[in-house]
Design a binder for this molecule. Structure first.
Ligand code: BT5
Length: 197
């Protein structure tokens, strides 16, 4: 489904069946995680939500799919950022519902906020590649997703600061666990914001 201006593609996708795809020109209330805003002027980004079967590793699988679709230069920052030469070029927001998940992906194409990056790719071609990769990776075995995520990661092996609800830790991002959690100096982190130090 292609729409012009919406609050968020996530809102339009929510009542739709598995297999639906919503693409918008513009979002007046694009969302990130934790009620943060996702900004992009009309027509400057790929803004899409996919309705997929529930899958506990979907956020990481979607990251892998998006990185594969974007090309060699794009790497992943835990849990869900797409980085181009170290700057954020896109993000992923997975909202779980009964029996399905709404997977929102935003990728900057011709505009980016200060300090962020843009990809400068044709939107429809990128969407088609993303659709194919997402179909593949959202259905892949957990171990295969985790292995590819590790290869594409820009986070593992780095010193990081993790901000969790009410707590901050610093250490080396050693690995991701079976559930997709980030292991920082032996401590599993399930939710949080990571800063690469
Ligand atoms: C994300 O959240 O990175 C997930 C973004 C998902 C956006 C898509 S667009 C289609 C679908 N519909 C929606 O409403 N959302 C999804 P998070 O990790 O919380 O990052 C949000 C933070 O990124 C903000 O607080 C800003 O600091 C920054 N930011 C906002 N807009 C950006 C942009 N265009 N490019 C880079 N960074 C941005």
């Amino acid at each position: 489904m292609r729409v012009e201006s919406v609050t968020s593609t996530q809102d339009i996708a929510r009542p739709l069946p598995v297999g639906s795809i919503v693409v918008a020109e513009h979002q007046s209330a694009g969302r990130g995680r934790l009620d943060r805003r996702w900004e992009s002027p009309p027509g400057t980004a790929l803004l899409v939500s996919f309705v997929l079967p529930s899958n506990p590793l979907l956020s990481l699988a979607a990251g892998v799919a998006a990185a594969e679709a974007c090309g060699d230069e794009v790497r992943l920052k835990w849990p869900n950022d797409l980085l181009l030469h170290g700057a954020k070029v896109g993000g992923i927001l997975v909202e779980m519902m009964a029996g399905k998940a709404i997977c929102g992906i935003g990728i900057n194409l011709t505009w980016a906020p200060v300090g962020a990056a843009m990809l400068n790719r044709d939107r429809d071609l990128l969407l088609e590649e993303l659709r194919v990769e997402l179909e593949r990776w959202s259905a892949a075995e957990a171990d295969v997703v985790l292995a590819r995520w590790r290869e594409l990661s820009d986070t593992l092996g780095r010193r990081v600061r993790v901000e969790m609800a009410g707590k901050v830790i610093e250490g080396i991002a050693q690995d991701i666990g079976q559930g997709g959690e980030l292991i920082v100096d032996g401590t599993p982190v399930i939710f949080g914001s990571v800063i690469h130090l």
